[in-house]
Design a protein around this ligand. Sequence first.
Ligand SMILES: Cc1ncc(COP(=O)(O)O)c(C=O)c1O
Length: 436
Amino acid sequence: MTKKGCIKISHLTWGGVDCQELAQRFGTPLYVFDAGIIRSRCRELRETFLERWPNTRVRYAGKAFLIRAMAKLIQDEGLGLDVVSLGELHTALSAGFPPERIEMNGNAKSRAEIEAAVKSGVGRIIVDHPDEIRTIDEFAGQAGIVQKVMIRVAPGVDAHTHKYIATGSTDSKFGVPADSREGSMLTEAIKFARECEHVDRRGLHFHVGSQLFDTDDYTKSIDVILRLMKDLKASLNFTTYELNMGGGFGAVINPAIPAMKSEYYTDAMMKALIDGCKSYGLEVPRAILEPGRWIISESGITLYTVENVRELPEVTYIAVDGGMADNPRVALYQAEYNAVKVDDADGEIYHPSNGGKVSIVGKCCESGDILIDDAEIQAVKAGDVIALYNTGAYTFSMSSNYNCLMRPAVVFVEDGKARVVAERQTLDDIVRGQVL
Ligand SMILES: Cc1ncc(COP(=O)(O)O)c(C=O)c1O
């Protein structure tokens, strides 16, 4: 709480740093991450999963947010990393991330990506399409190594989430259907991989979807996969030594609501896995998780400056200096957020006298550039700074230069200190590489 005149005003702090000061010091829009929250999420996963269940692994899904400082933090916390592109692989390797703790996913890997993954020594390549196996074998042969792979299957479970972040249905663009019949994509891939001298088939992978708040989709998927494992053992003598059960743990959107505990998911998943293996007569495979948003989302806020307020009969628009270029998730799949005025964080919520709603919108030339359609926020005016909570995941990593906007800086805050870990783009960055 800070005193201004005789009025008590509550300031939002993040990682022990006043958000108004962060905005003044680094400008807006600004991505701010509390590194302490990220570390505590990693610690929670270590304690409730890695230490409780022997022989397990966690690979942070870098697609949620990956810069070199994040790769370093994940390395320091003892987790592995899931990458899906040459760029993500390069980011991790250039931060000194150990390649054997990296796994490469991706539904449309290029030859260059497979070559770089194999030659840099990544721990696992998750085969998403059977054609990848030949390319992996070729590059692993050139490197004189045997590449460990896992095959991604779609369990045929329709996850309870937005269809754009559901990935486990049989008609998904990811992986091959969980079909053990003779001649299926999966059995042909397994047989082909068996013939490849430089490919070691370690097991299976699935990711049923994201932003999941109950465990049903996981336990149903695990049951499908265990039946598949049993059939593949019987028909092809294929052993699943490792099972990657993907990510998808939900991130809460309202900071007033306690975050989901990782053990809520992992206990149910491990019970389904262990009990299922027992009843199907299977050895329990090494279990691997790939959470992204659950680790990073709630550690992040985005600071914006209000440019103007427009009161219309049915809606009051608060227009800010960022929008869909730094956070396209609302336009993409109607992600929801909460916001606060940073220098009046406990202040009363503004209700327009005409009874209409308040929408926080961006500055991009799209009517769909909305950050919060129906917002609850204190009264604001041009120049005020607001924070959107829970913007750590899939914002920086999905950002664009739409309208030639410069990508905001990223700041890590911890124990009252702030440091820039990714610089704000400049006008030179906007035209870099362009010729007349
Ligand atoms: C294969 C795979 N693993 C992990 C993740 C991470 O998901 P989340 O960030 O919801 O945990 C995704 C998300 O798309 C994915 O496709």
